[in-house]
Design a protein around this ligand. Structure first.
Ligand SMILES: Cc1cc2nc3c(=O)[nH]c(=O)nc-3n(C[C@H](O)[C@H](O)[C@H](O)COP(=O)(O)OP(=O)(O)OC[C@H]3O[C@@H](n4cnc5c(N)ncnc54)[C@H](O)[C@@H]3O)c2cc1C
Length: 368
């Protein structure tokens, strides 16, 4: 088994909403996708099923009028992908070689060789690592502690209550501003005496009467009860050393996300944080035949429905590519499987051997 090479046309990495949606589409297109996912690992924050496996009620995924629990939603995704013939493999990919097609994916067991690769490895929220922050039952994660205001802010537990947001960047300002729709008051706790956020986001937060700042302060512990959730945070002033238990009903940790892209560094173009860059109108990366979908390429929306949407796009892009049709690249050019390039202005086609052909239909005599 160890020296075996598994050959596929479509391999998907990651079984969150993006990867499983890509699998549903690719399997229905008879592409026999192989979906690879990392085993559960608390330290590396990987869970088959992705981020929604660690949440309770999902109230904003369309199609579920009365909310659905995260793990149950992901079980439905998985069964739908299985129904059309997706094959699953649970393993770590240790290294990739994307220098030429078929791409090579190395594991401790078989090597996987694939004509197209769909990357759906998601992103992990950065956490403070303080007592009380871990997921229920070890802490209040999912019971008053969250890293996503859009996801959890509207829940009844936070309505008309005092909430703490931790962080000083754009994400923290955005989360705090959003939470003022529901909370009585939002306290932004920041370690320094000035924010990292852009001026426009700072101004918006400073002018919001429901937001108050607690400067030079670290959150050291989160406390409460299993029945009522979060009730207080322990704050320590970093200049005076003064400590206090500050009452609140929720804590939103907004200190950033880390996309799970270490495996692809050096191969794929990424932004300064590590999000994979994709094309404007497709999920193509800088390497023809490699596509990325979901949170791994989305620093802005980070929602299950947007991840699923781009997962669908990735599968259709891979299918087009395998059908020898042009797919738009981040450069604006379109590229086919054979290496033909359609220029960004659509005026010319450059063949793999460098010839340039005008990209215009030949007109019949008398036509204009
Ligand atoms: C607590 C919480 C609550 C949330 N609530 C909501 C909500 O109510 N509504 C909503 O729309 N969104 C919610 N979100 C956001 C939503 O979960 C994400 O936007 C969505 O899961 C992103 O999907 P994805 O498929 O891109 O990635 P993920 O769900 O992150 O899945 C990535 C997958 O890749 C795997 N993986 C990672 N690295 C590797 C590797 N090297 N090799 C193999 N596999 C790998 C992981 O195991 C995982 O299965 C919530 C997020 C959190 C953390």
């Amino acid at each position: 088994m160890d020296n075996e090479t598994i050959k596929r046309d479509v391999v998907i990495i990651g079984s969150g909403p993006a990867g499983l949606t890509a699998a549903i589409y690719a399997a229905r297109a008879s592409l026999r996708p192989l979906l690879i996912d990392a085993p559960a690992d608390a330290e590396k924050q990987t869970t088959p099923g992705g981020q929604l496996m660690i949440t309770t009620d999902v109230e904003n995924y369309p199609g579920f009028a009365n909310a659905i629990e995260g793990p149950e939603l992901m079980e439905q995704f998985r069964r739908q992908a299985e129904r059309f013939g997706t094959e699953f493999m649970e393993t770590w990919i240790t290294e990739v070689d994307l220098s030429e097609r078929p791409f090579q994916l190395y594991t401790k067991g078989p090597t996987i060789s694939t004509e197209t690769l769909i990357i759906a490895t998601g992103a992990s929220a950065k956490w403070l690592g303080i007592p009380g922050e871990a997921k229920v039952p070890n802490g209040f994660g999912g019971n008053g502690v969250s890293a996503c205001a859009t996801c959890d802010g509207p829940l009844p537990a936070f309505r008309n209550k005092d909430i703490v947001v931790v962080g000083g960047g754009d994400t923290a300002m955005e989360e705090a501003t959003f939470l003022t729709r529901y909370a009585a008051k939002v306290y932004v706790v920041h370690r320094r005496d000035k924010l990292r956020a852009s001026k426009i986001m700072q101004d918006k937060a400073f002018h919001n009467p429901k937001i108050e700042f607690i400067w030079n302060t670290a959150v050291e512990e989160i406390g409460g009860t299993a029945d009522d959730g979060v009730q207080w945070v322990k704050l320590r002033n970093r200049q005076t050393g003064e400590e206090q238990n500050f009452p609140c009903a929720g804590v939103f940790v907004a200190i950033g996300h880390k996309p799970n892209t270490d495996l692809f560094k050096g191969w794929l173009d990424m932004d300064e944080i590590g999000y994979i860059k994709t094309a404007h109108r497709s999920t193509a990366t800088n390497i023809p035949g490699v596509f990325a979908c979901g949170d791994v390429q989305d620093a802005v929306y980070r929602q299950a429905v947007t991840a699923a949407g781009t997962g669908c796009m990735s599968a259709i892009d891979a299918e087009r590519f395998l059908d020898h049709l042009p797919v738009e690249m981040p450069s604006g050019e379109e590229v086919t499987m054979e290496g033909e390039h359609v220029t960004a202005d659509h005026q010319a086609i450059i063949t793999p051997d460098g010839h340039m052909i005008p990209n215009q239909a030949e007109l019949a005599v008398g036509e204009e």
